[in-house]
Design a binder for this molecule. Structure first.
Ligand code: ADP
Ligand code: ZN
Ligand code: MG
Length: 495
């Protein structure tokens, strides 16, 4: 029996998340330094502001605020008319000012929610708050892990990159729900165009987990407030992926349940997720709010965003778009899901469906294009500049200029592998559809050359017609449409 299976069924897991997402802006949140730092030399994207030099003053990046307001609208949050910034004081070498500019009692978003689906069941996760803050720099421990390193280097390229911290209610009851939530959050943020999940370090998660008596959870999933307060919880830091979150939380749930079963108390502490060892390790007792000596950032005036809420539009979000695709285009749930997986895919589908049959468009975008891209470990964003060529390929199929089979198996694949446009591939491979005269000629030849098959056909043998179709296809180099060859043959044979 595994450790998990042996555990008491009357214990339940409660999880709440603090998710840091990087907002996609050209420049940092309080200075003009570029945020495109990925492969650049350390400390090349810095200035007096993000290095925290004396006398330097922060200037708030409007684009970061716009992104935050859009997120607030998307999660249906309250956006107060006035929001303020605070200093969170702590000493760590990656924090050049000795404090982080963040938001405290007046965050830009409060009381939002996001619906997720787990095992076909829809659940709404409450979002306590979502606020703006700056990223610290990054430390590089040379010669081993943090405790074994010979020395540590610090890079301030990331210092001042805009982050949004999304704090959920303790509404999760399993690691699977957490994973579904993270996927949904990323999907929504990418639809808004404020986030890039492919960017290194764009998502970082701190996960809080405690174990309570299952009896404290009501039928609707709500937890008794007192039980929630009383439960000792751990905060697991350093999680950087969906999979990491699921593994770290499964580990932590088992660890805490084991402790409770053995009558030991779970310590309220901060733990570190060690990805390579697959375990969480104790870091320190949990810091309390007073440790940070929060006070107002006097260098930034209060920010009034009331009219921004009306001014800033957000696109139709994935859930709504999925529903509309099912109704408007008559798509299956599965097809609608695939076609709304990213905004780019959904936009491209609608572009194609507007001109050709929506079912044909669905097959081409969801099955053929996404399938072939996926096979090559590519995404639609990798071929964004070539979408016109793919649309043209659908047109060639829709107007019967090439066969579906050739389009799928030859043209699309070579377009992706060689970077050619459809015409070039068709020309090179000689795939243009045979014209009517050519097909008729081939039908005549096939009949003339195969008297036995013709006899069998008249004797009512099914296989004979297929044989003759095959002969015509071979003569036309596969460029004829098998359905119409079939019809032509019947016509001639039945004359
Ligand atoms: P703190 O101020 O101690 O950080 P917060 O109220 O800000 O506490 O909550 C931080 C995170 O902890 C939130 O994501 C919240 O959902 C989560 N949380 C609160 N109580 C619990 C609990 N009993 N078990 C698990 N997570 C919890
Ligand atoms: Zn700077
Ligand atoms: Mg907190």
């Amino acid at each position: 029996m595994t450790a998990q299976a042996a555990q008491r069924a009357d214990l339940a897991v409660v999880i709440g998340l603090e998710v840091h997402v990087q907002l996609e802006t050209d420049t940092k949140i309080f200075c003009g330094c570029s945020t495109e730092v990925a492969d650049d030399e350390p400390n090349t994207h810095t200035c007096p502001v993000c290095l925290g030099l004396p006398g330097a003053l922060p200037v708030l990046n409007e684009a970061a605020v716009e992104s935050a307001v859009k997120v607030g609208k998307a999660i249906d949050a309250d956006i107060p008319s006035e929001t303020t910034f605070h200093r969170k004081n702590y000493f760590y070498p990656d924090l050049p000012k000795g404090f982080q500019i963040t938001q405290y009692d007046a965050p830009i978003c409060r009381d939002g929610e996001l619906a997720v689906e787990v095992d076909g069941e829809r659940r709404t996760v409450g979002i306590q708050r979502a606020h703006l803050e700056e990223d610290p720099g990054s430390l590089q421990h040379e010669g081993g892990s943090i405790d074994a390193a010979d020395y540590t280097l610090v890079d301030y390229n990331r210092a001042g990159v805009p982050l949004m911290e999304v704090v959920t209610e303790p509404d999760f009851r399993s690691a699977d729900e957490v994973r579904a939530f993270l996927a949904k959050l990323e999907e929504v943020l990418e639809y808004l165009g404020v986030f890039d999940s492919q960017r290194d370090g764009s998502l970082r998660i701190d996960a809080n987990l405690s174990v309570v008596d299952a009896g404290d959870i009501g039928e609707n999933g709500d937890i008794d407030e007192e039980a929630l307060e009383a439960a000792n919880r751990t905060e697991v830091k350093n999680i950087s992926s969906h999979k990491g979150a699921q593994k770290a939380l499964s580990y932590e749930a088992t660890r805490q349940k084991n402790a409770v079963e053995r009558g030991r108390e779970v310590a309220q502490e901060t733990r570190h997720w060690d990805e390579s060892r697959g375990i969480t390790v104790s870091m320190r007792s949990k810091e309390a709010e007073k440790d940070y000596r929060y006070f107002r950032e006097a260098d930034l005036p209060p920010l009034r965003v009331s009219d921004w809420k009306e001014r800033l539009e957000i696109p139709e979000l994935p859930d709504a778009r999925r529903e509309r695709f099912r109704e408007e285009y008559g798509l299956s749930g599965e097809a609608a899901s695939k076609l709304t997986s990213t905004k780019q895919v959904a936009d491209f589908y609608e572009d194609v469906a507007a001109e050709y049959d929506p079912d044909l468009a669905a097959t081409w975008v969801a099955d053929n294009l996404l399938g072939e891209l996926n096979y090559r470990d590519m995404a639609i964003t990798d071929v964004e500049a070539r979408l016109g060529e793919f649309k043209h390929l659908v047109e060639l199929v829709a107007t019967g200029e090439i066969t579906t089979k050739n389009a799928e198996e030859v043209v699309l694949r070579e377009m992706l592998d060689d970077g050619d446009d459809p015409e070039t591939v068709i020309e090179r491979e000689g795939l243009g559809k045979a014209d009517e005269g050519e097909v008729e000629g081939a039908v005549g030849e096939a009949i003339e050359e195969n008297p036995d098959a013709v006899e069998d056909y008249h004797a009512g043998e099914d296989g004979a017609l297929n044989f003759l179709v095959g002969q015509v296809m071979a003569k036309t180099g596969g460029s004829a449409d098998p359905g119409s060859v079939n019809g032509l043959l019947r016509e001639r044979l039945d004359e």
